[in-house]
Ligand binder design. Sequence first.
Ligand SMILES: NC(=O)c1ccc[n+]([C@@H]2O[C@H](COP(=O)([O-])OP(=O)(O)OC[C@H]3O[C@@H](n4cnc5c(N)ncnc54)[C@H](OP(=O)(O)O)[C@@H]3O)[C@@H](O)[C@H]2O)c1
Length: 291
Amino acid sequence: MITQPLHPKGPSFSRIITGVWRWNSLSSETVERLIQTSLTEGITTFDHADIYGDHTCEEIFGSVLKKDIALRKKMQLVSKCGIKFPSARRPNTWIKHYDTSEDHIVWSVDNSLKMLGTDHLDLLLIHRPDPLLNLHEVSEAFVKLKAAGKILHFGVSNFTTSQFEMLQQFLPVPLVTNQIEISLSRIDPLFNGDLDLLMKHQASAMAWSPLGGGKLRYEDRDWFGKASKYNATYSQLALAWLLKHPGNIFPILGTTKPERITEAAKSINIDLDKQDWFEMLKWAMGGKEVA
Ligand SMILES: NC(=O)c1ccc[n+]([C@@H]2O[C@H](COP(=O)([O-])OP(=O)(O)OC[C@H]3O[C@@H](n4cnc5c(N)ncnc54)[C@H](OP(=O)(O)O)[C@@H]3O)[C@@H](O)[C@H]2O)c1
């Protein structure tokens, strides 16, 4: 698996990333197997958020890192902050809301570092655009966290193009990604300016739910014999379709099964023919060809 910079100023991530959102009900043995399988396949980047698993996923992952202190140096860690929701772990929160205040961002990062048992994150994302976002406070928080060596790079998630531009204009550091939903079941970023804007900024998209969150059963679709043409599974083809985009999309896997990580890693070797790519786009557009 190759690693590639998200942005000219870094960080360098594995071209496919493992996401931990769905790992909350797993034992630490299974989590360890998922981490080890990812690393064996060259998937060295892991995507977290403070809230995953009702604030438990970072801690479970951290328990594996604490057992083997050599592991942290073999991987890059991403986490997110800014969403709050009612939880036994957060007794003062009574409604789901966003908090991108300087105090909360800094507190959340310190907490993520503690849960994961590490001294830094390779990338921090603001999880969702906050209507009460204070540009000055976000900027202050980022500057502080970078100066302290706690966060190496910064980005956003689920931001519109104008929200991305607005924040970027105010920051002394580059936003290296916008983590957004992109897949054959969510093709709008190809046409709504999301990917164009990132390319303009030399930043890369991280694609969440690259297999449509598992709702789309690609096995049900016969992509015109492509599985046999490429000797690949439908999931591999769906990932190869994302990897073909010139904007360097980094798909984030959501599986809880080590064997599916191994399967997905092989998609990196599939170079789809242009017409096959467009035929899959046609399928994603409900059978309509491009104009
Ligand atoms: N920034 C954001 O707002 C945001 C939002 C959502 C997610 N994310 C990130 O993106 C990551 C991936 O999202 P996701 O979990 O929705 O990704 P996904 O890979 O599209 O979906 C994963 C789901 O699909 C199932 N699946 C995978 N391969 C399958 C196959 N061949 N056949 C049938 N089912 C299959 C998995 O089940 P098994 O476990 O059984 O394999 C799992 O339930 C998350 O872990 C998280 O890190 C970010």
